[in-house]
Structures are given as structure tokens and as C-alpha cells.
Design a protein. Structure first.
Length: 64
């Protein structure tokens, strides 16, 4: 993991890692079932300058 961080963040290449913890979460991978789209929140909010983002949000119809 450290090598991947150093590849992605050049400023971390010379950093000295003091402590690290890797957490594997089996439930972190989202696997939708048919019909669950009705519960996905929209990214279109009524509050100005407030945005909702993430894999779980409903992105249908939004411009790329």
C-alpha cells in the first residue's frame, strides 16, 4: 500500500512512515439488488452550494 501511495502522491515519496494500519472491510463493496435505485438520494439539492456525491447517489440524467 505504501508503494501505491508514493506513486500517487509524489510528495509522499520521501516521507517516513511511522505507523500504519490496514483495515479490510468485507461489507464495503456495494452489491445492489434489483429495485434499490428508488432509495438512492439525488445529487440535485435545494440548498445553494451544497453538493451530495458518492457511488450510492443517483447520477442518472446528470451532465458529465
Amino acid at each position: 500500500m505504501l508503494e501505491e501511495v508514493r506513486q500517487a502522491l509524489p510528495a509522499a515519496r520521501d516521507a517516513n512512515l511511522i505507523k500504519a494500519t490496514v483495515i479490510k472491510e468485507a461489507a464495503a463493496t456495494f452489491s445492489p439488488e434489483p429495485g434499490v435505485d428508488r432509495w438512492r438520494p439525488t445529487q440535485k439539492l435545494v440548498c445553494k452550494n451544497l453538493f451530495l456525491a458518492g457511488d450510492w447517489t443517483d447520477t442518472v440524467g446528470l451532465p458529465l
